[in-house]
Design a protein around this ligand. Structure first.
Ligand code: NAD
Length: 490
């Protein structure tokens, strides 16, 4: 491990702005133990933050519960104005927040800036939604009485986020929770706590009342979060992370029949038909594959190309990917940053070796250099057979795995042959085929002739083992609201 002397003065200054404690009841608390945070590009220790105990977790839930009634009673316009101030504050603070995200997570600075803009947009979107909560008043079909339907905040919410979008995944949950009138306990991933702590400071500075947002960082998420999930004061779990952990948490939520939103893993197919605009398809595949160095739930995991254009598509994608500079995310022009840790590199190595052993050929990449830093080069594999392990599991790295298909039916059947169903991508110039295939794909989202689907104004989420519920879009706030029906006898 390197020391923090590997940081420049600007980088050290940005890290030093981040509070290191737990954020509970509007105060920063220290803990006996600490959680170290590393720069994956160098292995350097960035800093150490508080490591919550189960008692700290309960204190955070106590704070969220104590603040719930008053927060729910605030005027929607007041909550809206606050969220709008947070939106502006995040945009104004983009450079610092992006640098912090890049240092702890590894993504290129340009992408980190994009993530801050994306995160800020959730606060604007939900500021606008906070004042549009609807209800209804209607006559009962039998006459006489009336149905009054109103919507109320679900209550204290637990928000658990992954490391790959350390700011945006928090924003996507905190903004709708606050808009709906819910208080929350947020638990960021242990690899990337700094972005969430920095976000908590911004929220506090903009006037979020004590106890409304509480943040606990911990090296032992199960020990701290299990008692909170089993506690009947918690009314909602919104989780983004792996399908394996999501399934465990769903089982725990059964204990109190707790409301859940589950944004889980993906295995996105990207289909290129021979009538596609190939320039667009190559650029779309590049975006769908290389965003976040391939470490996105939306990453194109299996690229299936119709036989007539397969060779030219693969060659052109390989040319584009080979030209992407690899390095530390803070270096100008870098596109391929490090993977999150050594385990991630070992997994990608194993998946690529397995695919090659089963007959795939590497056009570029496929050999990872030893440290420092946890890098894996942009890699293009062709002739990838469906039984390769990387077709069944999330690669989570910069590896484009290309297979060939002949017919539309075959493409759809193979695309759907997975327990996951988050997103898929389709490239074709034939409108009828495009819509037909989009409807047949078993995913919660489809990109038709585009490689990026994430948008705060659109409903994001998956089907099958990719999750439950939708974040963002007009229905995003519903995840934090209960519908109440009042029968009125006139
Ligand atoms: P992970 O499941 O290992 O961890 C996610 C979060 O859960 C972390 O905060 C972790 O500390 C916490 N956690 C782990 N075990 C826990 C337990 N027993 N109790 C409570 N909390 C626990 O996932 P990860 O490696 O951080 O993130 C990558 C995964 O997230 C990928 O599978 C990716 O596809 C998925 N993801 C999904 C979406 C989406 O919107 N569908 C978005 C981003 C990432």
């Amino acid at each position: 491990m390197l020391t923090d002397s590997a940081l420049s003065a600007d980088e050290r200054a940005a890290i030093d702005t981040v509070p290191r404690g737990l954020f509970i009841q509007g105060r920063w608390r220290t803990t006996a133990g600490t959680l170290p945070v590393f720069d994956p590009a160098t292995g350097a220790l960035l800093c150490e933050v508080a490591d919550a105990s189960p008692d700290d977790g309960l204190a955070a839930l106590d704070a969220a519960c104590a603040a719930q009634a008053e927060w729910a009673a605030t005027a929607p316009r007041e909550r809206s104005d606050l969220l709008m101030r947070v939106h502006r504050a995040l945009l104004a603070d983009t450079d610092r927040l992006a640098l912090i995200a890049t240092l702890e997570m590894g993504k290129p600075l340009a992408e980190a800036r994009g993530e801050i803009a994306y995160a800020a947009e959730f606060f604007r979107w939900f500021a606008e939604e906070a004042v549009r909560l609807d209800g209804g008043y209607m006559p009962a079909p039998t006459g006489g009485s009336r149905f009054l339907v109103t919507r109320q905040p679900v209550g204290p919410s637990l928000l658990i986020t992954p490391w790959n979008f350390p700011v945006a995944m928090g924003a996507r949950k905190i903004a709708p929770a606050l808009a709906a009138g819910c208080t929350c306990v947020v638990k960021p991933a242990e690899q990337t706590p700094l972005s969430m702590l920095a976000l908590a400071r911004v929220l506090a500075d903009e006037g979020v009342p004590a106890g409304v947002v509480n943040v606990v960082t911990t090296a032992d998420p199960a020990a701290v979060m299990t008692p909170l999930i089993l506690d009947d004061r918690s009314r909602k779990l919104s989780f983004t992370g792996s399908t394996a952990v999501g399934k465990q948490l769903l089982a725990q939520c059964a204990h109190t029949v707790m409301r859940t939103s589950m944004e889980l893993g993906g295995n996105a197919p990207l289909l290129v038909f021979d009538d596609a605009d190939l320039d667009e398809a190559v650029e779309g595949a590049l975006a769908a594959k290389m965003r976040n160095i391939g470490q996105a739930c939306t990453a194109a995991n299996r690229i299936l190309v119709q036989r007539g254009v397969a060779e030219v598509f693969a060659r052109r994608l390989a040319e584009r990917m080979a030209a992407l500079p690899m390095g530390r995310g803070t270096e100008p022009g870098v596109v391929v940053g490090p993977l999150i840790d050594a385990e991630a590199v070992a997994k990608v190595r194993r998946l690529v070796d397995d695919a090659r052993a089963r007959g795939a050929t590497a056009l570029i990449g496929a050999t990872a250099a030893d440290g420092p830093g946890t890098f894996y080069p942009a890699t293009v594999l062709v002739d990838v057979p469906d039984d390769a392990e990387l077709c069944r599991t999330e690669i989570f790295g910069p590896v484009a795995a290309i297979g060939v298909f002949d017919t539309e039916d075959e493409a759809v059947r193979r695309a759907n042959d997975t327990p996951y169903g988050l997103v898929s991508y389709v490239f074709t110039e034939n409108l009828r085929r495009g819509l037909r295939v989009c409807e047949a794909l078993e995913t919660g989202m489809v990109g038709l002739n585009q490689g990026v689907v994430s948008n705060p104004a659109a409903p994001f989420g998956g089907v099958k083992e990719s999750g439950l519920g939708r974040e963002g879009g007009p229905t995003g706030i519903d995840e934090f609201l209960e519908t109440k029906y009042i029968g009125v006898r006139l």
